[in-house]
Design a protein around this ligand. Sequence first.
Ligand code: SR1
Ligand code: MG
Length: 401
Amino acid sequence: MAYRALSEQEAVEYVKALPGLFTEGATLSSKEIGDGNLNLVFDIREDATGKSVIVKQALPYARVVGESWPLTVDRARIESEALRIQHKYVPDLVPEVYHFDQELALTVMEHVGDHIIMRKGLIEGNRYPLFAKQIGKFLAHTLFYTSDLGANPYDKKALVGTFLNPELCKITEDLVFTDPYENAPTNDFNPLISKEVEAIWNNKPLKLEIAKLKFDFLTRAEALLHGDLHTGSIFITETSMKAIDPEFAYYGPIGFDIGAVIANLLLNYAGQHGLQKDQGDRESYREYLLTTVEDVWNEFVSQFVQLWHKQAKERSAHVEGLWQSYVKRLIQDAAGFAGCKILRRVIGLAGVADLNSIEDVETRADAERLALAIGEALILGRGDVEESTDITDLVRTVTAR
Ligand code: SR1
Ligand code: MG
């Protein structure tokens, strides 16, 4: 079938024609529930049995902007293949892909049930005690097994080719590493913080560090990244977590995925200025977020190093001292990438609800100023980061200013 964007009814017809998903003659309902920046997402369910699946279809343009921003639908192939690989390594943490249609750029996958988008959960002030363990496992396993540490060298190089993903990488190159640091037309920020944004545009040492991080993103094919691991790409409950939406997947620096998680916890931290009225509640939630940042890194590193010792195939990996210097570089990369990801969400296109949902513009501006200061401190201070507490100490120092 030649490409066309499906209606709710057509999505039902499509799923009904697939063998093995629903019984013949089943009555299915369909609702388009996509609220992300790019795609159509249909929730298809059979009320009689409660069985449901998700149908996700890439649109040939960026939904957040409209048809004036054309975008390859090949991202659907990238996403379904990345989901399959990640599901192989951490089946409990990634939805299962049932079917992929290249022509329609459409994936039929497991419906994860009663999970909510983590960004929403954090905005509501929920706590997720298992999250650090879950995301630490996701990061350690998916990144280790697709890197030169855990993959056969021929397989790894073939995968680099499968996941070139130039158009989506270019979005990241522009929106995360370039546009926010100059007066670019894509930028979209609160006019009340113009002075602070202009100071960033004129901050030469900061721009130099961001340029170095961009070159790492452009050139370091270290592991198959999720590529856009913000809290809107995570479905969660108190006991379960699923990482979704890896359409930005490509071979890049491991610290980029870890930094994305840290950045989005810290964006919520900055947003607490306006999200929680009571100061005691706000401070306690901020402590929870900082502890989570520490735990995410600590869980990742302990699982990653364990895999390294037990399963690294690359013989050079076992040279004395290598793993220690490697993980030190990873935490420094993660801090720097986290900083860029925070700055882009305040200055550039595609902000986050943790800040944008603060109604009072003055309060929002204060939260945004804090986010900018945290982002800048992480980028400039990353060379001294060795432990997760070095990251949270930087955040505490900036908050106390
Ligand atoms: C045009 S896409 C804007 C942003 O949405 C995605 O989630 C990525 O973060 C991208 O940069
Ligand atoms: Mg997405």
